[in-house]
Design a protein around this ligand. Structure first.
Ligand SMILES: Nc1nc2c(ncn2[C@@H]2O[C@H](COP(=O)(O)OP(=O)(O)OP(=O)(O)O)[C@@H](O)[C@H]2O)c(=O)[nH]1
Ligand SMILES: [Mg+2]
Length: 668
């Protein structure tokens, strides 16, 4: 029985939940299309959402000073089933480059390595990941853990280069005399061979979307800002490791403050502190109770030193845990503390990821489904008024019906005129959306970066950076202000149009699809806070200033660009979707008037068909009620909490969130 079972079982459940959600969204889309309730824009939005849900990853990062047992913990927590120490974790075998373990099914099992020389380029690692040419690819021999373990030795490899070469790649501090001592008589210094490693490995956990990030000791010379500024903030969980035999040292605290606290917010979201190597405290002469008391005291001391709750500190032994798992020694597995950590990881991490994805799905398509629901409700109300109109015709003469026909005709003509007005609003709106997209264009973002560079006057110093950052974030915030104003203007225009339509037709309230800048603004704010914390941290002084400042700026710009790009995409989709429900409604209303007119004309000419028409409308009413149940079920799925609260909703909503059911058999 695999020992990572608690976490892996929960991960499998999470994965199934996510796949079900993707499945339901896809089924809903098909159904809406079949029922004529969707639109091209809606489809595109749903496809993009499904794509991004499919590629969603769960990232766990290991962070610590040198030699605390990060790599040993990865081996013990996640890869014990290979029955050996998979990644190199031995005395003096320091992980030299950030190493990601993941599985991308589009690629064969391999180890991808980015040469250290790429540090000389202006590209971030995130950008280089999209350039396969730059990577050295070594295939993995999956049948032989021994051969794989040998291949993973690449991540600890170093090479000797001249002082000037090391300096060019940002590995030395000109002001540091020690470097000449390091260089020794040969005049060479040791630097990592690789800048970044990606292990593409079809392990069951990685296949479920887990990504593990192993980092080199973060106070080491040559750490790139991208790790702190981009990779760690992107991780859902950070495991910070200290060693029980050393306690929380000064340099542990520096790593904690500079690399963890700076990026995880005040409540240290998703942070776990691991007190590793507790086996060094095991002492048969002292007895179990005394040892347990020492470990508890140390755990409390760790919590106090790091300023977190004691429940977030896990005493563990990676070494004994791995050994115990290989030997299936259950007592020792328990004693290693790993099961408690795995359980907490499962209980903490996965539910909050679920909540995040649910919130995202609701944000992306909630309004769309609500509008479909409103559309169905409007059709139902149209159908009802037509039904009562026809029912009232029973026993009426042709002349009376003719009067009705004439009245409806003139109503229709006046509606057609108003329809033209809607068309002109549409044109104005399209101009306004054009202006919005201009504010968010990548060209204007790149101009902001260019302006910032010129404000820094090419001075890659911490002072230059301070000036540049202030100007950059001011510029970004001004852009967001302009965007916000424009969004409000567009929203005002659209809402007025919607209100007008409601007043004109007495239709059920429709909500224009929303667009909130809040997410992007808070992402920018978070980036600014993290960048500010990192900029003023001692870590900035750890290596060649020029190199770090430049890399820092490039990473900063690249992350900010990503935020702008997403905001731009969101605004584009919004611009396309904003008028769709209204236009659909207007078109429908015109069609309905046409249909009513035809019905009345036919009935006037042949009073015998009245009963048949009424029966048709009654059948249509039943179909619409079925559609209503399906849309409500989808809403319940997106937001099960509110469905539980609203007991007045129809039956289908009370059935619970996990299954969309409805009488319509296109959605099972
Ligand atoms: N006694 C004991 N030793 C451990 C334990 N975990 C790791 N070690 C030892 O500590 C040393 C460092 O372990 P690594 O896993 O390489 O540590 P790391 O944090 O990845 O180190 P860097 O890659 O250098 O940053 C190795 O010699 C491990 O065998 C443990 O639980 N108990
Ligand atoms: Mg390591």
């Amino acid at each position: 029985m695999a020992v990572t079972s608690v976490f892996s079982k929960r991960l499998a459940q999470y994965r199934k939940w996510r796949d079900d959600l993707i499945g339901s969204i896809g089924e809903y889309q098909n159904w809406a299309e079949q029922q004529g309730l969707g639109s091209g824009e809606d489809d595109l939005r749903i496809y993009e959402l499904i794509d991004s849900l499919k590629s969603d990853k769960l990232i766990v990062a290991m962070v610590a000073e040198l030699s605390r047992g990060k790599t040993a913990l990865i081996n013990a927590l996640f890869f014990a089933d290979s029955k050996r120490q998979l990644l190199p974790s031995d005395p003096g075998r320091t992980t030299m480059c950030p190493t990601e373990l993941l599985y991308d099914e589009r690629l064969p099992a391999c180890l991808r390595l980015l040469p250290i020389e790429t540090r000389g380029s202006a590209l971030t690692i995130a950008e280089l990941k999209r350039t396969p040419m730059q990577w050295t690819i070594l295939p993995l021999d999956l049948d032989s853990p021994k051969n794989m373990a040998a291949m993973f030795q690449e991540v600890v490899k170093t090479k000797a280069v001249s002082l000037s070469e090391a300096r060019e790649l940002g590995f030395s501090r000109p002001q540091d005399d020690r470097e000449s001592a390091n260089a020794g008589t040969s005049g060479k210094v040791e630097i990592p061979v690789w800048r970044h490693a990606i292990v593409n490995y079809p392990h069951p956990l990685l296949k479920q979307g887990l990504v593990i990030l192993d980092t080199p000791g973060l106070n080491s010379i040559g750490t790139e800002p991208e790790l702190t500024l981009s990779m760690l903030p992107n991780a859902q969980a950070v495991m910070f490791v200290v060693a029980a035999d050393a306690g929380v040292t000064k340099s542990d605290l520096a790593v904690w403050n500079n690399h963890v606290c700076a990026t995880r917010g005040a409540d240290k979201n998703g942070c776990f502190a691991l007190l590793n190597k507790i086996d060094t405290l095991w002492d048969e002469l002292r007895g179990e109770d005394a040892v347990a008391a020492t470990i508890s005291r140390q755990a409390l001391e760790t919590a106090r030193a790091l300023g977190i709750s004691g429940s977030r500190v896990f005493p563990v032994s990676a070494q004994k845990g791995l050994l115990a798992k290989i030997k299936s020694d259950h007592a020792l597995i328990e004693k290693s503390g790993l099961p408690a950590l795995e359980a907490s990881l499962a209980e903490d991490l996965l539910p909050s990821r679920e909540a995040y994805l649910r919130e995202r799905v609701t944000r992306e398509i909630g309004d769309m489904v609500r509008n479909t629901e409103a559309l169905v409700a409007a059709r139902l109300s149209d159908n009802d008024s037509q039904l009562s109109e026809l029912r009232s015709l029973g026993g009426k003469s042709r002349d009376v019906i003719q009067i009705l026909v004439a009245r409806l005709k003139s109503e229709k003509e006046s509606y057609d005129k108003r329809f033209e007005r809607f068309q002109s609003v549409r044109a104005i709106l399209s101009d306004q959306i054009g202006i919005l997209l201009e504010y968010l264009s990548m060209e204007s973002f790149d101009q902001l970066i260019a302006r910032t560079r010129s404000d820094m006057q090419g001075s890659w110093t911490t002072h230059g950076l301070k000036v540049g950052m202030a100007s950059f974030f001011r510029g970004a915030s001004e852009s967001m202000d302009k965007v916000n104003k424009q969004v409000n203007q567009i929203r005002g225009l659209v809402e007025a149009t919607y209100r007008k339509l409601e007043a004109d037709q007495g239709v059920a309230r429709m909500k224009p699809v929303g667009f909130s800048l809040l997410t992007y603004r808070s992402e920018l704010q978070r980036l600014q806070d993290e960048a500010e914390a990192f900029r003023s941290s001692p870590a900035m002084l750890m290596t060649e200033q020029h190199f770090v400042v430049k890399k820092f700026f490039i990473t900063l710009a690249s992350r900010a660009r990503g935020i702008f790009e997403q905001c731009n995409g969101g605004a584009k989709a919004w611009g396309k979707a904003i008028m769709t429900p209204l236009m659909t409604r207007v078109r429908e209303h015109r069609m309905l008037m046409e249909q009513r007119l035809q019905n009345l004309n036919r009935i006037r000419d042949n009073l015998d068909i009245l009963g048949g028409r009424i029966a048709d409308l009654e059948a249509a009413r039943k179909a619409l009620q079925d559609q209503q149940l399906v849309t409500q079920a989808m809403l319940a799925k997106l937001n099960p909490a509110s469905a539980d609260r609203e007991d007045s909703r129809p039956e289908v909503q009370k059935k619970g969130p996990e299954k969309i059911s409805g009488p319509c058999n296109t959605v099972p």
